[in-house]
Design a protein around this ligand. Structure first.
Ligand SMILES: O=S(=O)(O)O[C@H]1C[C@H](O)[C@@H](O)[C@@H]1CO
Length: 624
């Protein structure tokens, strides 16, 4: 197959083309968000139930229960941990938190812990709490003694700074609080709002898990879609609300997330925005738009409060502190300057409620557009079905399919009309090899981790989106992150467990595209729509490099001859290639089965290139 490359670019590559979609789907708490304690503030749990004590356990006979405190630590956090030392206790008595499937502890790292404590009834007790980290088998890794006294009947915050000298043998570790049982026999002490942070990405307070955030940063993503996805809200009362996710932990009630567990909302709107800046990403921020995934749509006459809340959410991001109260909240939290924001998504997958989106879309967009004329609003129902008014200028298209579907739909956007409407491929991934049961179980074709076959199919589709990036302004694989031990969805771009991060085949494809974008598209001989090998050419005008991406979605090698029209073409170029067997994947048992390799290849005005079976290739050549 001969590929003739044009001399002139057809269009600029949008700077936002490749990015990340995030929502808390076993990916926020216990994942990207660095807090080590699970159920740290007993948010949204029913007092005096076993479930309320999730992740907490007694040590040496300590008696613990979650109570609705008569004087809670804050209005948003009504529950406390009541700790009673049974009379006749001996030895260290207390309780522990098991984190999220344990917690990684590393020597010489400093773990910053805090909690609130009070005696519900005054007593003459004076003694010390021992606060620290221990292995699940009970051996202390590091601890600190903290004096307390029974006269403390109002909430007192305790801070500890724990620096282990040794690294424990596994991630099977706990945070603990104990007291001398004999000395404290009979005492009752209340605790609230625990927190324990390891060193975080860029050392940000209330920040991100370093190894996970580092893997995300390596992709050089250009946008970050948040906070959902389904996690925008299963019911109206439990929807994501920006104002419940900012400021002191004492003011964050948490909520029942859409994926079956409670979100602490410690990872909140300001943390998302700061993370966007840390990675050089532009936010694509969703507002809840009156549809709860459980099936409820707010009536047209009842939308105003939710529209106002969306306006306030946007004002927190870009408003003027002098004229907007939400913007003043942002300034009071240390950020007077507005953040960069261009795109706001109106809901998520509103094709589940198209009938009400026909009034919810205009109600939100008309109000938001008049408040923020420079923003662009993304519709989330099926493209032009139903027809919406005002006509959306941006649509969010999602597709989960088989590897073959992606290879066969590389031309998905080629036939879209060029009428000013642009597209966000907000979620896409090859998730099953079974076209008859895409969302089924692994026994029925569902992928647990992406494979070389799924990643090369995705690459074919991405080559199509790159070719059509005059109308595709952004695209993101979904879901981005998933905990291997407790995930609600597979495959995820990045899998992780308590101590490790696993970069998938698809991760490396996303990274290859995002770190080799170029800034203008160069047309070339089109691949066959029904073929199995796909290619695309971009140029980086700053470096004078031509970037050729090739995806071979089948086992047989593909031989291509490239003909470049440029006067000067380097006789050697670099090749980054990800290749392996169709079913090869990176997983906790085979973490490095697949990794990109960089080599030098012979290039020139005309050169041949052999694309290995099941391979994704990026060729970079100096040309002018
Ligand atoms: O069940 S689905 O609708 O397929 O869920 C998908 C679509 C939704 O936006 C996202 O939250 C989720 C997984 O990425």
């Amino acid at each position: 197959q001969t590929v003739s490359v044009s001399a002139t670019a057809s269009h600029p590559i949008p700077t936002t083309l490749w990015g990340q979609m995030f929502e808390d789907i076993s990916s926020g708490d216990g994942g990207l968000y660095a807090e080590l304690l699970q159920n740290r503030a007993f948010q949204q749990v029913t007092p005096n139930t076993a479930a309320a004590l999730n992740a907490w356990s007694a040590i040496n006979g300590g008696q613990i229960s979650v109570v609705a405190d008569s004087v809670p630590v804050s209005n948003s956090l009504p529950n406390s941990l009541r700790f009673n030392v049974p009379t006749g206790s001996t030895g260290q008595v207390g309780f522990a938190n098991s984190g999220f499937f344990g917690m990684k502890v590393v020597a010489s790292s400093t773990y910053k812990g805090s909690f609130f404590v009070k005696f519900p009834t005054a007593s003459s007790f004076r003694g010390n709490l021992i606060v620290g980290l221990r292995t699940t088998s009970g051996s202390t890794i590091v601890s600190q003694s903290v004096p307390i006294r029974g006269s403390t009947t109002s909430w007192q915050q305790i801070n500890v700074s724990l620096t282990p000298r040794t690294t424990p043998p596994s991630t099977d570790n706990q945070f603990f609080v104990t007291i001398d049982g004999a000395a404290a026999s009979g005492q009752t002490i209340n605790f609230a709002m625990f927190s324990l942070f390891p060193p975080t990405f860029k050392n940000r307070a209330n920040g991100m898990r370093d190894d996970v955030a580092t893997a995300l940063a390596e992709m050089q993503p250009k946008f970050f879609r948040f906070p959902g996805g389904n996690n925008l809200g299963q019911t109206v009362p439990t929807r994501w609300q920006w104002n419940a996710t900012i400021g002191s932990f004492l003011d964050r009630p948490g909520r029942a997330g859409d994926w079956g567990y409670i979100n602490t909302d410690g990872l909140g709107l300001l943390e998302y925005l700061l993370f966007c800046e840390d990675l050089g990403m532009e936010p694509i921020m969703a507002v809840w738009a009156g549809f709860a995934l459980g099936g409820t749509s707010v009536a047209q006459t009842g939308l105003e409060p939710y529209i106002q809340q969306a306006i306030d959410q946007i004002n927190f991001v870009i408003g003027d502190p002098a004229t907007s109260a939400p913007a003043a909240r942002r300034a009071a939290l240390g950020r007077a300057q507005p953040f960069k924001l261009t795109y706001v998504e109106i809901g998520n997958e509103d094709f589940f409620a198209s009938d009400t989106y026909t009034y919810r879309w205009p109600a939100f967009v008309d109000a938001l557009r008049s408040a923020f004329p420079n923003l662009k609003f993304i519709a989330t129902s099926n493209i032009n079905s139903p027809v919406l008014s005002p006509n959306p200028a941006q649509w969010d298209h999602h597709v989960y399919q088989t590897p073959t579907w992606f290879a066969q739909n590389s031309f998905f956007y080629d036939d879209m009309p060029r009428n000013g409407v642009t597209f966000f491929e907000g979620e896409y991934a090859a998730i099953s090899t079974n076209p008859n049961d895409i969302f089924g179980s692994p026994a029925n074709g569902r992928l647990t981790f992406s494979t070389m076959q799924s990643a090369s199919g995705e690459a074919a589709y991405m080559i199509g989106m790159e070719r059509n990036s005059d109308i595709v302004f952004a695209a993101s694989y979904a879901p981005l992150l998933g905990h291997v031990a407790g995930s609600q969805w597979t495959p995820n771009l990045i899998a992780f467990d308590t101590g490790n991060v696993y970069r998938s085949a698809s991760y490396f494809v996303q990274k290859l595209f995002s770190t080799n974008m170029g800034n203008e598209y160069i047309p070339s001989t089109l691949p066959s729509r029904t073929g199995t090998v796909f290619w695309g050419v971009t140029r980086n005008t700053a470096t004078g490099e031509i970037i050729i991406k090739v995806s071979n979605t089948v086992a047989t090698q593909a031989n291509l001859t490239f003909v470049l029209p440029f006067a000067n073409v380097a006789t050697s170029g670099s090749l980054q290639v990800l290749t392996g067997a169709a079913t090869a994947s990176n997983s906790p048992t085979t973490p490095s089965a697949l990794a990109p390799a960089t080599t030098t290849i012979t290039t020139g005005k005309t050169f041949t290139f052999a694309a290995a079976g099941f391979s994704v290739n990026v060729i970079t050549i100096k040309a002018s």
